[in-house]
Design a protein around this ligand. Structure first.
Ligand code: UDP
Ligand code: MG
Length: 317
């Protein structure tokens, strides 16, 4: 039985074959400088480019490298959860596998943990090599999210953070399916702090968050942290209803005046607005119901196809 590692590094990855060796080479000296007893957990989220073969090679070289391979692509947030569930270190650090999160920051995070923080979050100051569209949509999204949500969620926060064993144990007790990790972590409480860093451009390859995945992720953030959209749709419905009442009075007066032939434009406009508001509200309700549906099915979060170096440890999948 190996001693419990002091540090676990959790790295979700999806088709990152060109990045893994460089990531490993950059990461290991930094982690070793912090503590000789560590584990590096790669969670392969259904890659189709042979990423897991590289993970297996790295495990051959260094048995502190561990790997899980999902049966298909479940998404970054689920891969994070799997990595945290399989980690056994006293301190767990999650980061991206594309070298956008600089390993050089790890000693800073570790120092904050030593000061007594359970969760050390990070905040991007600048991002190299990211389109203005992504930066702009991200900024506007966090404004909207913070307007709607009851708990503050820091803009420019990625899933690059350190958590103590206590915080990780709490996090993996949260059973929800549509996971918005940065919100859940804020929601958990504990002693939290922030560290700023400059994000680099991706080492190789393209972003694995397609527009559709980003949209879904964004919706998860809003719907799982706020019921305010439901209330807003009620208010919009109320306003349209009141306007409708006023217009009804106007229409009755016109009727008694015998002046009822005109009105093509007003009928069209009211049909379109009422139709639009109804569909929008149904859509909002639908989003919540879909998530309730996901939850009640109680399916496991993921299935593991293959693993290296973790089978002798606890298995919670
Ligand atoms: N990722 C994943 N599953 C996915 C999409 C992304 O595990 O379905 C991983 C990806 O390999 C990377 C991290 O999540 O390690 C962040 O993704 P990416 O760098 O593509 O996002 P961006 O930095 O562009 O927001
Ligand atoms: Mg990235």
């Amino acid at each position: 039985m190996q001693p419990i590692p002091n540090i676990s590094i959790v790295l979700p990855l999806f088709n990152e074959v060109e990045n893994l060796q460089a990531l490993y080479d950059a990461l290991v000296p930094v982690v070793e400088s912090l503590h000789s007893n560590y584990e590096i957990i790669f969670v392969d989220d259904g890659s189709r480019d042979g990423s897991f073969d590289v993970v297996k090679q790295l495990h051959q070289q260094n048995n502190k490298v561990r790997g899980l391979s999902f049966s298909r692509n479940y998404g970054h947030q689920t891969a994070l959860m799997a990595g945290l569930q399989h980690s056994i270190g006293e301190v767990v650090i999650t980061m991206d596998a594309d070298l956008q999160h600089p390993p050089a920051l790890l000693p800073v995070l570790y120092d904050e943990w030593k000061k007594g923080f359970d969760i050390v979050n990070t905040r991007r100051l600048e991002v190299e090599g990211v389109s203005w569209f992504k930066k702009w949509t991200s900024k506007k999204y966090y404004q909207l999210l913070n307007f709607l949500s009851d708990i503050p969620i820091e803009p420019a926060s990625a899933d690059f953070r350190l958590m103590s064993r206590k915080a990780v144990n709490a996090f993996i007790e949260l059973p929800e399916r549509d996971r918005f990790t940065r919100g859940l972590v804020r929601w958990m409480g504990f002693q939290q702090t922030f560290v700023d860093y400059k994000a680099h451009a991706r080492f190789a390859g393209q972003s694995k968050y397609s527009l559709l995945k980003m949209l879904r992720f964004g919706l998860d953030g809003i719907v799982s942290f706020s019921s305010r959209p439901l209330r807003l749709s009620f208010y919009v419905g109320l306003i349209v209803f009141l306007l409708g009442c006023i217009y009804t009075i106007f229409a009755i007066i016109q009727f008694f005046k015998g002046d009822t032939v005109q009105g093509w434009a007003s009928i069209l406009v009211s049909v379109l607005i009422i139709g639009g508001v109804t569909l929008l509200s149904l859509g909002i309700i639908g989003e919540y119901i879909a998530r309730i549906f996901h939850e009640v099915k109680q399916r496991p979060l993921y299935f593991i196809k293959e693993e290296v170096g973790v089978s002798n440890q606890k298995d919670q999948s």
